[in-house]
Structure formats: structure tokens, C-alpha cells
Ligand binder design. Structure first.
Ligand code: AMP
Length: 191
């Protein structure tokens, strides 16, 4: 029997759109576990684990990490949750990941609840990432890698928007405005 209080939010949007910050706030307010695959992978790089050594060059270049690695990480994170109350930030990034996630969620009896999509114009994204790079310490927050990440997003991640749109689950949100304004739009969309 699916648990009534299960909630699965998938936060989509290009790098630099502000997903991380906004997802954190929504997670705190709605008792959701925020699962940021970028944070998980960066943590492996920092701890210099075997996985960290394997993925570091990909993160540095702004390329995607192979789907099977991501699926294994997510399977592991979801395994012990009951109820399943999560918000994904930066996952799925490919249609293959979205399909695999559906299989996992089906097993758990916790279908996708909502898919907010944060939209921000390209020039604003690059400027935000370069600005963030001044304090983030992230090796991929440079203009060159940021441009590459936008290309990867367009080529590999944007197609999966159709995957959720076909089910009527995508809520497009204007990501330009103050943190509070944008957050208000997201909360309205998810509720
Ligand atoms: P993010 O913090 O979400 O911008 O992710 C930073 C980097 O981690 C990306 O540029 C990818 O190299 C890697 N990454 C994070 N999430 C994924 C994912 N779902 N699939 C593949 N690579 C990912």
C-alpha cells in the first residue's frame, strides 16, 4: 500500500537557475529530504573516494556522469525512506535516468507528485554562475565550463522535460525575480 504522505518532487531547470537554494527552502518547509546529486558527487570528490576519483574529470569539464552510477546512488538513498518524501535537485538529467527512477519509485509505491521547471534566460544563467564561482569554490563555476554545462543541459536534459510534460506534470516557473518572489511561485506550483 502506498503511504499517503509520500511526496516526490523533481526540480528541473538549467545550471545556475537557483534550484539548489529554492529546493532547500521547500524541503525545510515541507519536510522533504533534498537529494542533490551534484552535492553527493562533489562530496565523493572532496573525500577522494574511488567514485570521487572516477567522476572528478567529468565534473571539472561539465560533462554528465554515466547513468548507471547515478541510478546506483539514488537507489541507495531511497532504500531506507518511509514515507518517501524527497525533492530531487539535479536528477534526473537524462531520459534514461527518468525511466530508471520511475522503476524505483514504482517499487516504492511513491509516484512523482510534481515537476517544477525553473526557467531563466541563458545570459542571466552564465552571469549567476560566474558570480557564484567567486565564493562557491566549485571548479565548474567558470564561464567556459558554465557554457559547456548549458550545452549539455540543452542536448541531454531538456528532452526529458517532454517525458514529464507528456503526463501533464511540468509546472513552468519564471525564475527571474527575488528569491522570495521565485519561491512563492514554486510553492504555488507544487501545492
Ligand atoms: P550540479 O551541482 O547539479 O550542477 O551538478 C554538478 C555536476 O555533477 C554536473 O555538471 C555533472 O558532472 C554531475 N552530475 C550531477 N547530477 C548528475 C546527474 N543526474 N547525471 C549526470 N551527472 C550529474
Amino acid at each position: 500500500m502506498p503511504n499517503q504522505s509520500n511526496k516526490v518532487v523533481i526540480f528541473l531547470g538549467p545550471p545556475g537557475a537557483g534550484k539548489g537554494t529554492q529546493a532547500e527552502r521547500l524541503a525545510a518547509e515541507q519536510q522533504l529530504l533534498k537529494i542533490s546529486t551534484g552535492d553527493i558527487l562533489r562530496d565523493h570528490v572532496t573525500r577522494n573516494t574511488e567514485l570521487g576519483q572516477q567522476v572528478k574529470p567529468l565534473l571539472d569539464a561539465g560533462h554528465l556522469v554515466p547513468d548507471d552510477i547515478l541510478i546506483a546512488l539514488i537507489r541507495d538513498r531511497l532504500a531506507s525512506l518511509d514515507p518517501v518524501r524527497v525533492i530531487f535537485d539535479g536528477f534526473p538529467r537524462t531520459t534514461a535516468q527518468a525511466q530508471e527512477l520511475d522503476v524505483l519509485l514504482e517499487e516504492l509505491g511513491a509516484p512523482v507528485s510534481a515537476v517544477p521547471l525553473l526557467e531563466v534566460p541563458d545570459d542571466v544563467l552564465i552571469a549567476r554562475i560566474v558570480e557564484r564561482g567567486k565564493t562557491s569554490g566549485r571548479s565548474d563555476d567558470t564561464e567556459e565550463v558554465a557554457r559547456n554545462r548549458q550545452t549539455v543541459y540543452r542536448d541531454q536534459t531538456q528532452p526529458l522535460i517532454d517525458y514529464y510534460a507528456a503526463r501533464g506534470q511540468v509546472h513552468t516557473i519564471n525564475g527571474v525575480g527575488s528569491m522570495d518572489e521565485v519561491y512563492g511561485r514554486i510553492r504555488d506550483a507544487v501545492n
